[in-house]
Design a protein around this ligand. Structure first.
Ligand code: BDR
Ligand code: CA
Length: 314
């Protein structure tokens, strides 16, 4: 019964996100990969305000056609700090120049925290929880129902780094935006897959990748390329094209073989004057709480992602 066997092999995924250029590209991957089953989307304030991230998720749901997947809104801002955003990178609305048709379907009446808890409780051991924004919703879900660490099949974040930041010299945006939430999440007793900057800065939209995206036709021209090239920062010493950070976290669930990963202990700095939000990563620890992807098979990654996008384009 090959069809049934194939369906059984699908990995279920709940995406907590703040779309966001690369969050939108991550949603597209989660939707278009036949080996993944996107079961729920939750939103958090991050790159832009919560009403924008939620509107973007709702519009992407209808534009891409995963209308049976609930979208629930979560925390508007961090646990204790002032809200910070990254509108200078993602544009004031969060998805650059892309304008999608207004969504007709409503947001789920459950909040993000309850949707996360219910989804994990109803399918223990089956849901891969992926977070590509600040970790506020996840921390609040943990406070309300600590057993989610037992129910999640895996927990993958895009966030942190082990060498450098992008928002400050020490801190990556998703962790910097809510360090207290991140500290609670890393301390919760599960193994966090930390897909951080050192990894995601290997996944750059070079001119050659942009050409391959354009070859996807209308989806490439109207959505993928605008999302993947809006941010332009040639002043950045690392610059080789826009990074698709959040896509890497979804890719890890489907294709962990594309990543070389190392166990580590990660502590989140919450007190530092200059280092708030730093993910202090000890690869020598005998008490690992994280798995840290460190190198990416870049060619394999793009072959995988673009093949999946081509399915959506067709
Ligand atoms: C992360 O921050 C956000 O701006 C991106 O969407 C990504 O999740 C990269 O540091
Ligand atoms: Ca994001």
């Amino acid at each position: 019964m090959p069809t049934y066997a194939g369906a059984m092999a699908k990995k279920k995924l709940l995406l907590d996100c703040d779309p966001g250029l690369d969050d939108a590209l991550a949603l597209l991957l989660a939707h278009s990969d036949p080996d993944l089953d996107l079961v729920a989307v939750t939103t958090v304030g991050g790159n832009v305000a919560l009403d924008h991230t939620t509107r973007n998720a709702l519009e992407l749901r209808e534009f891409l056609g995963f209308t049976d997947v609930p979208v629930a809104a979560g925390a508007a801002g961090p646990l204790v700090r002032e809200t910070k955003n990254a509108a200078e990178v993602h544009g004031p609305g969060g998805i650059g120049d892309v304008i999608l048709p207004r969504a007709k379907l409503p947001v789920d009446s459950r909040g993000a925290v309850d949707l996360i808890i219910e989804t994990l409780r109803n399918s223990p051991g089956e849901i891969n929880l992926v977070a590509t924004g600040p970790l506020t919703n996840i921390a609040l879900a943990l406070r309300k129902e600590p057993r989610i660490i037992e129910w999640a099949a895996s927990f993958v974040i895009m966030g942190g780094s082990f060498t450098r930041g992008n928002t400050t010299p020490a801190a990556e945006f998703n962790i910097y935006a809510d360090p207290e939430a991140a500290a609670e999440v890393f301390a919760a007793g599960w193994h966090v897959v930390m897909v951080g900057l050192d990894l995601t800065l290997q996944a750059l939209v070079t001119d050659a990748i942009r050409e391959r995206m354009l070859a996807l036709g209308a989806l490439g021209r109207d959505l993928v390329v605008p999302l993947a090239t809006f941010w332009n920062d040639p002043q950045d010493p690392d610059w080789g094209g826009q990074a698709v950070h959040d896509v890497c976290a979804v890719a890890f669930v489907s294709r962990p073989d594309l990543f070389s990963s190392v166990p580590a202990r990660v502590e989140v700095e919450v007190a530092g004057q200059w280092t708030a939000g730093m993910t202090v990563t000890d690869f020598r620890s005998s008490r690992p709480n994280a798995l840290v992807p460190v190198t990416l098979d870049v060619d394999g990654f793009w072959d995988y992602v673009l093949e999946r996008y081509a399915r959506a384009a067709a």
